[in-house]
Design a protein around this ligand. Structure first.
Ligand SMILES: NC(=O)c1ccc[n+]([C@@H]2O[C@H](COP(=O)([O-])OP(=O)(O)OC[C@H]3O[C@@H](n4cnc5c(N)ncnc54)[C@H](O)[C@@H]3O)[C@@H](O)[C@H]2O)c1
Length: 256
């Protein structure tokens, strides 16, 4: 559905870090920021698609798009990777916390390890990536953090208690970080996507029938794609939203 993307001149030459940028929504965000002329770095655990994306975009962007391999569940790896991004590309002025893992599980069979692993990738790392990037942003005069939550926790999803808890937590974290970092000119907002049809979602969870049913419940009758998340993220990252912080933006086509 996305048509020509608006340009946000303040994003040109800005260092932007996107987590989980190797596929799905993250890959669309990497491409969207690269098209703004930003210096884009992304972290992912999936080596092959990430390398291919970085290679493809680097040939057509103003700056090389740089992939950093790391497992975001490892706080030490987060710290060393953020330090490497800063050393290679300069202070991170925009951080998009996009990585997640929306596995389904049942309450009766969920173990403590499963729960901890889900929180590690869906919530804990959002804090520790932000913590690692904040000093550089502060020293550079400010920045913007955009956290990806989800509308799903509002919908009583029976098989997603760990993921839904984490995604609700992302909103609490967004508001707390906004309060702490606002005086340092760092804005923190969250995006709550609705049903966004990506390759992984199609492979694992979605059916054509299910997609049609959800679109029927949307005010806007088109299927949401990863590219539809790019404009709202650019806006929240750019000076165009310079007085907006601690907010949540639902991007779901008006789901009823
Ligand atoms: N697709 C949707 O319908 C939808 C709906 C609501 C919210 N969201 C949110 O939007 C964001 C992106 O969604 P998506 O569907 O593109 O997700 P996805 O699962 O397709 O992609 C997430 C990315 O994170 C990476 N990743 C996973 N675990 C990692 C780890 N331990 N370390 C480093 N990287 C890791 C994956 O390799 C992948 O590239 C997520 O935060 C998700 O919760 C998506």
């Amino acid at each position: 559905m996305t048509e020509a993307q608006a340009q946000f001149p303040d994003l040109k030459d800005r260092t932007v870090l996107i987590t989980g940028g190797g596929s799905g929504i993250g890959a669309a965000l990497v491409e969207g920021f690269a098209q703004q002329g930003a210096k884009v770095a992304f972290i992912d655990i999936a080596e092959e698609p990430s390398k291919a994306l970085a290679l493809r975009l680097s040939t057509q962007s103003a700056h090389p798009v740089v992939f950093y391999h790391a497992d975001l569940r490892d706080v030490g790896a987060i710290r060393s990777t953020v330090a490497a991004v800063e050393s290679d590309l300069g202070a991170i002025r925009v951080l998009v916390n996009n990585a997640a893992w929306d596995d389904r599980h049942d309450i009766d069979t969920t173990t403590e390890d499963y729960w901890d692993n889900s929180q590690a990738i869906n919530l804990k790392q959002v804090f520790f990536v932000s913590q690692a990037a904040a000093p550089g942003m502060r020293a550079a005069g400010g920045g913007a953090i955009v956290n990806f939550s989800s509308i799903v926790f509002k919908m009583n999803p029976p098989q997603l208690s760990a993921y839904a808890s984490a995604k609700a937590g992302v909103i609490g974290l967004t508001k707390s970080l906004a309060g702490r970092l606002g005086p340092e000119n760092i804005r923190v907002n969250a995006i709550l996507p609705g049903m966004v049809v990506t390759e992984r979602q199609m492979e694992l969870w979605l059916t054509e029938e299910g997609i049609a049913k959800t679109v029927e419940r949307q005010c806007l009758k088109h299927v949401l794609k990863a590219e539809d998340m790019v404009g709202p993220t650019l806006f929240l990252a750019s000076a165009s939203s310079g007085s907006i912080t601690a907010q949540t933006l639902i991007v779901d086509g008006g789901l009823l």
